[in-house]
Design a protein around this ligand. Structure first.
Ligand SMILES: Cc1cc2nc3c(=O)[nH]c(=O)nc-3n(C[C@H](O)[C@H](O)[C@H](O)COP(=O)(O)OP(=O)(O)OC[C@H]3O[C@@H](n4cnc5c(N)ncnc54)[C@H](O)[C@@H]3O)c2cc1C
Length: 612
């Protein structure tokens, strides 16, 4: 990048970034900013919204590249680097044993309980590694170093206990354990890093900084995109989030319009099809900020275009990409994803909704369930059976782009001139409000022949295209979950510093500090695992394991962090005026969709780990 171009880029960045509002926070994280790097705004208050198209132009025009990684790299010789290799060595042996037991993943169903244990242990280990890598890169940041160590220790303890409890299943040799997790220096490190005083230290910092997310992101484009999204989310989404939730309203058009202007619907759409093509990491950091303001009325709005975009890019004809991607990217078309049926959820290959070929096009008949945003959506990505032979299973399914009229409200009916009907009724839910999730009934609903993704070549490929789309959706859910947990952490850290009991702020009590320290540590691990998955997907769009792990772990963290946060709010955590009560009910859905947790563990993660 030329000097003038870089200077211009930095000037734009500086014009939009006001520097840390909280002087203490700035001091704590000051070491994070390399020379010449703009300061980071924790409040979002002084930042203007930067449309992504402008960031993309900057990046392209200036030939912008990430600062040299070595700049941040320093050797980390500490407890973390003792513990992580021990965890990895034990896990590798356990996975090798698991491959033998399950015949290379073919017999997972005969060993489901152990396969789930392995999947979860491997996911936690991956999260510990991601956080340790980040800590190594941010060697000057003591808080991050302590978090990485504490989390590595926690994962090592849990793995050790699991192995002790199920020694035969794990198949890890005593000799291996003796030189790894059981080695005296590793055991000492595991105890030291989990000492409650260390977590209390982290908790105190979290209270002092009110939990602000100043996490360094390797890439100035991503950092500016985060600032811009934070500003938009805090100014325009957060003030209406509670109203939408409490009154079960539909996300207002004004929010959709602003998100469209900012380019949030086209983040994964390549430039040639009208998108920003900014990659998965940028998409994730923006998702985090939107989800922190409102999971359903902002963060989740971009899941649907992400899923359809990936399916079209993978399997669409050139004409289909040119027809559908530009309006999806511009936000002119809102999208719903329709896979689940009343009687068919996890077993996607058994989808029954029929698509029959006629001279006029395809006629869709059957029921669908849980189609989020189906009322407002202009198009549904619909998985339907084009081959009626049940033996065809997954190979009998095709994916369609189904146009429909948009409807506000909780129920709609659309009648086509030729007699086709689409009826939708939203199912009431305790959280995740803002888009409404519909049960749908199709009766001879006509869809043009050219709307089958891949056209003739796409017939029977719907299952695989949909699964590719879900991988992208899961990655995005890692970002949604991290953003939601971030909101809960900030709300709780603030509350803990303000709420007084027994004559002191509750944040002065050891247990509160310890709990906040653990919440922040788990969130940091979830975030880094998700970022690692985003980078993996930026390198190779076909990866499946990494986004699945990010979704699994980050969703659990969001559930835990929101619930801990609620308890720390006491009775007020149960009041609807306090955002934490909304965060709790919103988080509960994260481990359910895009592969309910047990299915994600067994059919995606365990299969990926044991099948290789
Ligand atoms: C708010 C919300 C929004 C949603 N949005 C959408 C959407 O936009 N589009 C869409 O298509 N879907 C959507 N879904 C549906 C969601 O993806 C499904 O609920 C999910 O895939 C699980 O399917 P199911 O509910 O039928 O559960 P089931 O498949 O019936 O599974 C229930 C439980 O059975 C057990 N189980 C099932 N199979 C096995 C097995 N082989 N081995 C071991 N245990 C097993 C597991 O414990 C599992 O948790 C949404 C759901 C919700 C709640």
């Amino acid at each position: 990048m030329s000097k003038p171009a870089r200077a211009a880029a930095c000037a734009i960045a500086e014009a939009h970034l006001t520097g840390a509002e909280d002087a203490d926070a700035a001091n704590l994280h000051g070491a994070e900013n390399p020379p010449g790097r703009p300061g980071y705004d924790t409040s979002g208050a002084g930042v203007n919204n930067i449309p992504l198209a402008r960031l993309a132009r900057l990046a392209r025009g200036a030939g912008w590249s990430c600062p040299p990684r070595q700049w941040y790299m320093r050797r980390m010789r500490d407890e973390t680097s003792l513990i992580i290799p021990a965890v990895r060595a034990v896990l590798d042996e356990a996975l090798a044993a698991g491959r033998r037991t399950t015949d290379g993943g073919k017999a997972i169903d005969e060993h489901q309980v152990h396969a789930e244990r392995l999947a979860y242990a491997a996911t936690e280990a991956a999260a510990a590694e991601a956080l340790a890598t980040y800590a190594r890169e941010r060697a000057g940041d003591e808080v991050i170093g302590r978090m990485a160590a504490a989390f590595a220790g926690e994962v090592a303890s849990r793995l050790g206990a699991e192995i002790e409890g199920h020694r035969d299943d794990f198949g890890v040799r005593g000799e291996t354990l003796g030189r790894t997790l059981g080695a005296p220096e590793v055991l000492a490190a595991v105890r030291a890093v989990q000492h409650e005083a260390r977590l209390r230290d982290i908790g105190r910092e979290i209270i002092r900084t009110r939990g602000a997310n100043n996490c360094f992101i390797d890439g100035e484009i991503a950092e500016m995109a985060r600032d811009s999204a934070r500003s938009f989310a805090r100014r325009e989404v957060a003030p209406i989030a509670e109203r939408i939730h409490r009154h079960d309203e539909l996300v207002p058009e004004s929010i959709i319009r602003r998100m469209a202007e900012l380019g949030y619907f086209g983040m994964s759409v390549p430039e040639e099809y009208g998108g920003q093509g900014l990659g998965n990491l940028v998409m994730i950091v923006i998702t985090e900020e939107l989800s922190a303001a409102s999971l359903a009325a902002a963060g989740s709005l971009i899941t649907r275009p992400e899923i359809l975009t990936k399916a079209l890019l993978k399997g669409g004809t050139e004409a289909q990409k040119r027809r559908w991607l530009p309006p999806v990217a511009s936000g002119a078309l809102m999208v719903g994803i329709s896979v689940t049926e009343p009687d068919t959820g996890s077993d996607v290959a058994s989808v029954r909704c029929r698509a029959e070929r006629t001279e006029r096009g395809w006629l869709i008949s059957g029921a669908k369930a849980w189609c989020t945003f189906a009322g407002r959506a202009d198009v549904l990505a619909l998985l339907a059976r084009t081959n009626p032979d049940p033996k065809a299973g997954a190979r009998g399914l095709s994916l369609f782009v189904v146009p429909k009229d948009p409807f506000p409200g909780h129920e709609f009916e659309m009648r086509q001139p030729g007699g086709g009907v689409l009826h939708g009724k939203a199912d009431a839910t305790p959280g995740y409000r803002g888009m409404h999730s519909f049960t749908l009934g199709f009766e001879n609903y006509l869809v043009p022949a050219e709307n089958l993704i891949g056209e003739a070549a796409g017939e029977g490929k719907g299952f695989y295209l949909q699964m590719g789309g879900f991988a992208a959706g899961r990655l995005q859910t890692g970002g949604r979950a991290s953003g939601l947990a971030q909101a809960a952490l900030e709300a709780t850290a603030t509350y803990a510093s303000e709420r007084r009991q027994f004559g002191r702020p509750i944040g002065d009590f050891q247990l509160t500090q310890h709990k906040l320290g653990r919440m922040a540590t788990h969130l940091a691990a979830a975030r880094q695992l998700t970022y690692a998955a985003a980078r993996a997907m930026d390198r190779d769009e076909t990866v499946v394991l990494e986004p699945a792990m990010a979704k699994l772990f980050a969703s659990d963290v969001a559930v835990r962090v929101t619930q801990e946060g609620q308890l720390l709010h006491g009775g007020w955590g149960y009041a609807e005026e306090f955002a934490i009560s909304r965060h709790v009910v919103d988080a509960l859905v994260l481990p359910i969709f895009e592969g309910v947790k047990p299915i994600l563990e067994l059919k995606v993660i365990a299969r990926g780990l044991l099948g290789g």
